[in-house]
Design a protein around this ligand. Sequence first.
Ligand SMILES: [Zn+2]
Ligand SMILES: [Zn+2]
Length: 317
Amino acid sequence: MVVRMKCSFCKQDAIYVRPYDKSALCIAHFNEKIIRRVQKTITKYKMFVRKGRIAVGVSGGKDSIALLDVLTKVEHKFPESEIVAITIDEGIEGYREEGMKFAKKHVERLDLEHHIFSFKKDFGYDLDEIIRILGERGNEREYGACSYCGILRRKLLNLAAREVGANVIATGHNLEDEAETILLNVIRGDTLQLGRLDPHPRKIHETLIPRAKPFRLTPQAEIVMYCYINDLEYQEIQCPYAVEAFRGIVRDFIFKTQEKQPMLCFSIVRGQDKIRPVLQTVKATKTLQNCQKCGEATTNNLCKGCWLKEKIESIEQ
Ligand SMILES: [Zn+2]
Ligand SMILES: [Zn+2]
């Protein structure tokens, strides 16, 4: 996207115009604004502690690659804090290998620790096997592949972060992702979950490492641009299972509406910021307890990971 305009902040040529405030930005100012917004987001939601160990989930996609790069620059000013990278290998043939390659490349470039955990090693089955065993969606299989993958990815990322001694997990979820999650909870009428979606990392159970999304207020288009102007290579192909996700419909709505209303996602996220304190006064009917099998946090007797494992093993027998 090349535009013949001058930067709104200096005399250089602009390389990007932000649709929501019409600011034209040169390369230097674009980078500066991105980094400063992440800094502000971290401060606003008290995401990191001073002497913390931050585990960044790095899939190899644009969001996680950009996040790793930006956080390294931001945290450079805080030598007492430390960044470690975690990659989860779900076991998706023809897809994960490439993401892993980009993840490794950037972690090495930034000279960080890299910890790799896999579904196969920690769960016993990789995602391709799980989907094959559970069968075709709509017939034997109840949910889309992303639901099963999500259950295990969340569980494993938490386990990995705990194992490497991190006190917070940072993920690359961006402004549109966040708006999408909020809208999905509204559509489902899940006010409890809507209140729990808290950008302040919170310790809600002894086994759960709190989460942070430093890109909560950063639009996807700017993340793509950041990768482009800083020469950050990332995985561009979509996961082969993505076609099964319900998320797609809400996502399409967001990107379509955003063309006419560039402030859309900011409004949704800021709205949730305002309404969240009220939603959090609603008492949960179920409390978190330890899974009877693995000890991880769950509202049921078994966590979803152990539930899935039992299901797979019962089919396998
Ligand atoms: Zn400039
Ligand atoms: Zn369990």
